[in-house]
Design a protein around this ligand. Structure first.
Ligand code: NAD
Length: 376
């Protein structure tokens, strides 16, 4: 299902790098230094996108960025700002749409030394697989209106006998058999190729029978093709409680878009927060790797951002392009620095540790030293 990386040139790779906004340039700089220390021959095709390019290029995601990713098939992306409730459409949503990156994969694994509120967090090692293209995120919305531009209200009254006030906004939730089949199949293939044992499909099929019910039925059908992987179904409200109480019981979770978005953040919270949560968005042709956190404008340009999220995304990227040894070396080096807890950014400092935190660059240097020393 995941495309094999096809742009190795001689012994090297060309990969699109989108530094992004806010803390993006600081943390992507650390990635470049770490990859260089690993000795993997990557030529970065740097493409600026986001708020910074709008004035000159009139849009936050110029075509040259999409063309670069299509050409290179793999990208590493820093966070990009999205204005709330106004301004341009999310670059992230636009990228996923333009490249049909239908699967968002967020591994949530606990690393020693990280603050977590969960008892025995070391037993947590789960992967959230979220459908990326359908559901309420398609943006099919109707603003509240009492004028003739709101024909939907009369349609609902005639077709469904439902009378809504004209002060009602409406969002449409499309979920298809094709979209559900491909994300659930992806989750099972991912489980199989990563030595995982169980897939849990999650929705609210008891209430939304034609959308979540469809997702549930498709998931059950797809599961029959994978007798080697255990399968179960859970309702999303119950799942929230289960994840807080018994996170160690879960392995691969597959969800429609909205629930996947929410459960991804819940799962990131279990392992210590957004700062250490990596992610990738995968399609048939391309894959874009990025941290879960945003552009952190409150600390941008202050050498305070934790680079672990994007470095762990780089671990996923190295695995994807066929560099598993480099991926393991980088992951071990990050884990060793976080476990030691001395040269880490402020957000990673353990409670009661009075020693001063280090900056983004210095934490990067600590990781590079570990790589060079052959961590662990
Ligand atoms: P955020 O993740 O940027 O910040 C939330 C909090 O976490 C802030 O206090 C921030 O300082 C802290 N934080 C985030 N990353 C950190 C890091 N690496 N190290 C240390 N602390 C870190 O979320 P937000 O404030 O809701 O969003 C800011 C902007 O980022 C918005 O424009 C939003 O749309 C965008 N965003 C982009 C992406 C993406 O590009 N994938 C994802 C989420 C948010």
């Amino acid at each position: 299902m995941i495309s094999t990386f096809a742009c190795a040139v001689a012994m090297g790779y060309t990969i699109t790098l989108i530094p992004g906004d806010g803390v993006g340039p600081e943390i992507t700089e650390v990635v470049k230094r770490c990859v260089s220390a690993l000795g993997v021959d990557i030529e970065w095709d740097t493409q600026q996108a986001g708020a910074g390019v709008i004035e000159k290029e009139k849009k936050p995601l110029p075509d040259r960025v999409i063309d670069s990713i299509k050409r290179n098939r793999v990208a590493l992306k820093g966070p990009v700002e999205t204005p709330v409730g106004k301004g341009f459409r999310s670059v992230n949503v636009e990228l996923r749409r333009a490249l049909d990156l239908f699967a968002c994969v967020r591994p949530c694994k606990y690393y020693e030394g990280i603050r977590s509120r969960i008892l025995n967090p070391e037993s947590i090692d789960l992967v959230v697989v979220r459908e990326n293209t359908e559901d309420l995120y398609m943006g099919i919305e109707f603003m509240e209106s009492c004028g003739e531009d709101n024909p939907f209200l009369s349609f609902l009254k005639e077709q469904k006998g439902v009378e809504l006030g004209c002060d009602t906004g409406i969002s449409i939730k499309p979920i298809s058999v094709r979209g559900s089949e491909r994300i659930v199949s992806f989750a099972f293939e991912y489980a199989r190729s990563n030595g995982r044992k169980k897939v849990t499909a999650i929705d609210k099929a008891n209430i939304m029978k034609y959308t979540d019910g469809l997702f549930m039925n498709v998931a059950a059908d797809v599961s029959e093709k994978y007798p080697d992987i255990a399968y179960e179904h859970k309702l999303v409200d119950n799942m929230c409680m289960q994840l807080v109480q018994f996170p160690e019981q879960y392995d691969v979770l597959v969800l429609p878009n909205l629930y996947g978005d929410i459960i991804s953040d819940l799962a990131a919270g279990l392992i210590g927060g957004l700062g250490v949560a990596p992610g990738m968005n995968v399609g048939e042709e391309c894959a874009v790797f990025e941290p879960t956190h945003g552009s952190a404008p409150d600390i941008a340009g202050r050498d305070m951002a934790n680079p672990a999220g994007i470095l762990l995304s780089t671990v996923l990227m190295l695995g994807h392009i066929g560099e598993p040894t480099a991926a393991a070396r980088l992951e071990n080096a990050i884990a060793a620095v976080m476990k030691e807890g001395a040269r880490v950014t402020a957000d990673l400092k353990a409670e009661g540790d009075a020693s001063p935190p280090v900056g983004t660059r210095e934490m990067g240097s600590a990781i590079i030293e570990r790589i060079e020393a052959g961590a662990p």
